[in-house]
Design a protein around this ligand. Structure first.
Ligand SMILES: *Cc1c(COP(=O)(O)O)cnc(C)c1O
Length: 491
């Protein structure tokens, strides 16, 4: 399996195909594009039949080996078995195959159709990012050991991504994590999740400033290419290909759990921000998984809903981006969207490059086919199964209340955006699976606002705020930041 950049024109430096291991530790391709397989591996009906009986770990192995063809099968089997276990996914429901890592719960099965939740937040940080990040931790450790190398992950977080990365990388040989967060700006729960880690390879840096100051620091340090190379600095952001492909697995799992034969179809609704999660659903569909529709659910930051309704992609300025009660979907542009646009324009790298150059110069592009637009490919969007919807704070509160009242389940704010939008798209005869992307306990403030009571905390999290915390506070100063990293890498 070879990988190409979405901008790999004949003039580009990245036109040579790469292997899975080559791009595992990489972010963007050198030409600024994103990596994708040269073609999608296909899944046969016989394979789907056989996969119905597999555990999550075995299914992950079968799917990943189609993409990571340069990792020996025995190693990949070991990596997936160590990743997707009930020890890591503590709240997973036991079933005959050991543990159902992503169990389904039927909310309703009436005349209007069937609405199902797929739990993706049974991992250590109670959000779906664990599903991919936990595998990444094991893959990184494996790849670094093979090359006798090391990696220093450097990033900024306002919540979910940073904690998922730290819990995935804690104790991993060859890996250190330097994670910036705005001092005293995260919730007490999220702060405690990150800062209570005592592992010597995890460094939490609370920056005196806001999230933008943290991101500016990351950019400033990463733009010093000499420093970046010498200190082996990398990232684990949502464009990482291995993260996307790890997420493909639970679409298969959800489909297989909701159906009894391959003639049946399902749809998915995906609470979306950077288009990483739903991009994995698109890939599953391209591999031949019988998905009827993929519904992109956004919050008030509706860049993606706008595109899927109109064909116009218009990124927002950072001061246009709203802070909402589903904060992990607060984005100004969708960093994985280029992977789908590349497909939509017929894998034309020249056009993809031109369109995303226009995003930089003009803030977006228009594929609606209207006079003066940049193309008419929007008319093909429905063929890929995509539709969308949008949810607001008021919708979120109403949906959390309604789901609690009708089914006795407390859903989190992001999942509530999904349920709200899913209800607008559910069809009789096609189960609609809503991906549950976090547990309510992580966003308790809004749960209290909606229900007048606290969200239940899973076992082990009751008293997390009382644990000892390990972090440093730093002024937003590039020199200080570099010195701090250099001292600890010893490179
Ligand atoms: C990251 C995140 C999302 C958005 O996922 P994308 O892959 O960025 O589209 C939704 N919900 C939660 C809880 C998240 O942490």
């Amino acid at each position: 399996m070879q990988y190409v950049s979405t901008r790999a024109t004949s003039a580009s430096a990245a036109r040579n195909p790469q292997s899975f291991s080559d791009i595992l530790l990489a972010g963007l391709a050198p030409d600024g594009g994103l990596y994708l397989p040269a073609e999608y591996p296909q899944v046969t009906g016989a394979e789907l039949d056989a996969w119905r009986k597999l555990s999550y770990a075995e299914l992950a192995y079968e799917i990943l080996r189609k993409f990571a063809t340069d990792i020996p099968d025995a190693d990949l089997r070991d990596l997936t078995a160590r990743t997707y276990t009930p020890e890591v996914y503590r709240n997973a429901r036991a079933d005959e195959s050991g543990a159902d890592i992503t169990p389904l719960r039927v909310l309703e099965d009436g005349a209007n159709g069937k609405l199902v939740l797929q739990a993706l937040s049974n991992g250590p940080t109670l959000a779906f990012k664990d599903m991919a990040m936990q595998l990444l931790g094991n893959l990184f450790e494996y790849a670094l050991a093979r090359n006798d190398d090391e990696l220093n992950i450097f990033g900024a977080t306002s919540g979910d991504t940073g904690s998922a990365a730290e819990y995935a990388m804690r104790g991993k040989r060859g890996v250190r994590v330097f994670m910036l967060s705005p001092h005293r700006k995260m919730s007490a729960f999220q702060t405690a999740q990150m800062f209570s880690l005592q592992d010597p390879n995890i460094f939490n840096i609370a920056v005196e400033g806001v999230f933008d100051d943290c991101q500016d620091l990351v950019k400033a340090v990463s733009n010093d290419l000499e420093f970046k190379a010498r200190h082996k600095i990398g990232t684990v952001n949502s464009i990482n290909w291995a993260r996307v492909v790890a997420q493909v697995v639970y679409y298969f799992r959800g489909y297989l759990a909701a159906t009894t034969n391959n003639e049946q179809k399902v749809s998915f609704t995906v609470p979306s921000g950077n288009f990483g999660n739903v991009c994995a659903g698109h890939i599953a569909r391209m591999m031949g998984l019988p998905i009827e529709r993929l519904i992109v659910a956004t919050n008030e930051n509706d860049v993606l809903d706008e595109f899927f309704r109109t064909g116009v992609y218009r990124v927002r300025a950072s001061n246009e981006t709203l802070h909402t009660s589903s904060p992990s979907m607060d984005i100004s542009k969708a960093s994985n969207f280029e992977r789908f646009v590349y497909e939509l324009v017929g894998r034309d790298a020249e056009r993809t490059h031109a369109l995303f150059r226009k995003v930089e110069t003009h803030g977006g592009f228009d594929l609606s086919g209207a006079p003066g637009s940049d193309g008419d490919e929007f008319k093909l969007v429905a063929q890929y199964g995509f539709a969308s919807g949008r949810s607001t704070h008021a919708d979120r509160l109403a949906t959390i209340r309604d789901v609690q009242r009708q089914y006795g389940i407390t859903i989190d704010t992001h999942t509530a955006d999904g349920v709200k939008v899913a209800r607008e798209h559910v069809q009789p005869g096609v189960p609609m699976i809503v991906l549950e992307t976090a547990l309510a306990a992580k966003f308790n403030e809004t749960i209290v606002e909606a229900l007048g009571q606290d969200a239940a905390r899973p076992a082990g999290f009751e008293n997390i705020e009382a644990l000892a915390q390990r972090f440093v506070v730093m002024q937003p100063d590039v020199g200080l930041m570099k010195a701090y990293i250099a001292e600890r890498t010893g490179l």
